[in-house]
Design a protein. Structure first.
Length: 278
């Protein structure tokens, strides 16, 4: 794989004060690849930055929501390799170089993802409890032969989501029919990894931090239920333990369990409605 095979698609929305920093980090890559931007309802600031840096801007007129925007962003690229760059994050200058080098050693990669650091209040966090847990969960994938193992990938994902979405590069030609699903309020990326983990191919893990994921009050990550895990010590380990215990007793993934729970709740609601008419 060469630089001609890769595109960064910046997913822009709202009026982010961090968008320009993200753009500059992509323009500073040691291996220059294509950069485009996608948005549903671009603010004037988004349009201005696209013009300032001569970045093509595509506007999503179709399905809305996070999943719809991400699916549209994937379709904006003409290359086989696509990274969905989140507008609040920063990429280290060797990100593209590291990913392309990793792909050149694979047989049938489905996706590649790197380790990452967190960016909080302008300061880089290279290690904290959450990052340690995620790196521990991903440690089996340091072994190349295990990157092909559907069993190993699914067991990892049954414990939680250690894969940082903006660190992922997709190999579109090896993912026929794939799309993000718009049936969940959060953890859409986790559901996607769980679905892709069933496919034949490799989850290429690059255990070197190649980007910074920004955590701030308005970020999607900060709004997730995982906030308690990120910011508490004892609570994080309790949560991990409870998920691990549940996974051992019932080894199916979180998205599957959620779908099963939602179905049961709908059945119960229907039953209650029937009784109310008696």
């Amino acid at each position: 794989m060469s630089e001609r095979n890769h595109t960064f698609v910046i997913c822009a929305y709202g009026n982010s004060p961090y968008l320009e920093s993200c753009i500059q980090s992509l323009l500073s890559q040691t291996v220059r690849t294509k950069i485009v931007m996608s948005a549903s309802e671009p603010e004037v600031s988004v349009i201005s930055l696209a013009e300032k840096y001569h970045i093509p801007l595509f506007v999503n007129k179709g399905e809305k929501g996070i999943a719809g925007d991400w699916n549209f962003a994937l379709s904006c690229a003409e290359t086989p390799l696509v990274t969905l760059a989140h507008q609040d994050d920063r990429y280290y200058k060797t990100y593209a170089e590291d990913v392309l080098a990793a792909f050149n050693t694979c047989c049938r990669p489905l996706l590649a993802f790197t380790d990452y650091n967190e960016l909080r209040e302008g300061r880089t966090a290279e290690s904290n409890r959450l990052l340690k847990i995620k790196r521990l969960m991903l440690s089996p994938l340091r072994l190349r032969f295990l990157q092909k193992s559907r069993f190993v990938r699914r067991r990892i994902l049954s414990l939680g989501n250690p894969i940082c979405c903006p660190s992922v590069t997709f190999v579109r030609e090896n993912l026929p029919g794939f799309s993000f699903q718009n049936n969940m309020d959060s953890n859409i990326d986790w559901q996607a990894w769980e679905e892709l983990s069933r496919r034949k191919g490799e989850f290429v893990y690059i255990p070197v931090p190649s980007m910074e994921h920004r955590i701030h009050p308005d970020s999607a990550t900060e709004r997730r239920i995982w906030l308690c895990w990120r910011n508490s010590g004892e609570g994080a380990w309790r949560l991990l333990w409870s998920i691990s215990t549940a996974a051992v007793k019932n080894p199916i993934s979180f998205p599957e369990r959620k779908a099963e729970k939602d179905s049961k709740e709908r059945e119960d609601a229907g039953s209650i409605g029937d009784y109310s008419r008696i």
